[in-house]
Design a protein around this ligand. Sequence first.
Ligand code: PMP
Length: 429
Amino acid sequence: MSRSEELFAQAQLSIPGGVNSPVRAFNGVGGSPIFIESADGAYMFDADGKRYIDYVGSWGPMILGHNHAAIREATHKAVDRGLSFGTPTSTEITMAEKIKSLVPSIEKVRMVNSGTEATMTAIRLARGYTGRDKILKFEGCYHGHADALLVKAGSGALTLGVPNSPGIPEDFAKHTLTVTFNDIDSIRAIFEELGDQIATIIVEPVAGNMNCIPPVPGFLEGLRSICDEYGSVLIFDEVMTGFRVSRGGAQEYYNVIPDLTTLGKVIGGGMPVGAFGGKREIMDYIAPVGPVYQAGTLSGNPVAMAAGFAALSQLHNVNLYEGLYDLVDRLVNGLQERADAAGIPFTTNRAGSMFGFFFSGDGPITSYQQATQCNMQHFKHFYHSMLKQGVYLAPSAFEAGFMSAAHSDADIQATLDAAEKAFAELKAL
Ligand code: PMP
């Protein structure tokens, strides 16, 4: 028995499923999760001392690689000044100004502690601002685990097959309309019927919780014009795509500007941080200026702000994103070539430094329905073969992959060599 297996057995005695977040439990691929002891650059090291090339990056935050020196040092310095004060601090202003400079559609921003808090409050704010109850989300998009948003959700909820969780009153869920990602006609049809009751459309501008599905041309533009026409608030949930798809997020990459943006992951440099922000007029509906309530004992925590600010400050490096895009190109093109050579039906998607791969021969994957119809047996076997060879991918077919600036050409080559072996094994199944 490996040390990870021993720890997993022990963990299950005192933690539900042995994990503090469901997708970590390997339900999507079977087997026992890997317990990590430390991480550095592109690598993670498990409890048995084995090294992995990591394409999960703590589910997105680690765009600069693990244990980045500037973030570590800024965090240490903040720790020396005290862990939390419950008062305003000047670092919160610096952080807010940094976010505004990177994402210009954000005129005001409020810091929170997770992506879930950010989206939950953005929805409340959109409802308070418009005086409407209904919200519109997309099947397979995940926006955290707030009640109103855990309806036909992606990520762990998709992997576990419980898109509608018990514990959410039907009365809450009934205000959540669910539509098909990348299908603008179905959204227009709903708005023609109910448009004056819809407070907001919330969307992952690149869907990253049903694998990686970029928007088809015209989709985000269509959402923008529908919201303008009906006076609904357009929320881009950029918890995953923010600072990731490009420096200014998906809104910069696709040049479509939302009313509100939610942020998480990269914004905290690895610390628990989220944020929501946008148009001044809407943000001023939040307490204490406005009537919509939201608060947080540890929000804007000085240590978290120091880590986040250090991470965001690194993003100005001129070659960062071009370097990331090149690495993703090399990886996904290399995977495709090797799958083709082995005769394995396979296709890939990418958006900036996010990528996805699908065991499917049905051409480009643009929908939730296609994503859920891929060959799961191939995925699971490929997953475990890669893991055995020291490549750590997301343990679910419904998660995006993330590249970091710490990955080297040699890491990509080692990953492709491992994939070549894995594809050959699939052929022999
Ligand atoms: N929105 C999106 C798009 C996400 O990917 C996630 C988490 N994966 C969340 C919201 C929720 O963030 P958190 O897990 O920090 O609550």
